[in-house]
Design a protein around this ligand. Sequence first.
Ligand SMILES: [Ca+2]
Ligand SMILES: [Ca+2]
Length: 77
Amino acid sequence: MIGDVDISDEIDAYDAITILRASIMLENFDALQNILADVNDDGVIDAIDAFEVLRFSVGLETTSNAGQPIEIDLNNI
Ligand SMILES: [Ca+2]
Ligand SMILES: [Ca+2]
């Protein structure tokens, strides 16, 4: 699902931290993770995405796509 960058089937603070690390180049995401991390779908992975994932992980309202299922055509990655 969107926001679950470590593909653990749940969105938690670890996903948010991982996205934050990626936003400052401390993590190298693959093509799938790049899609999963950009929860507000603005084409950039940054602290806003990490914040939205963190909000979702604690059950707060989010305007992002965090938690939404993703359907990916594996031939397109
Ligand atoms: Ca996860
Ligand atoms: Ca974004």
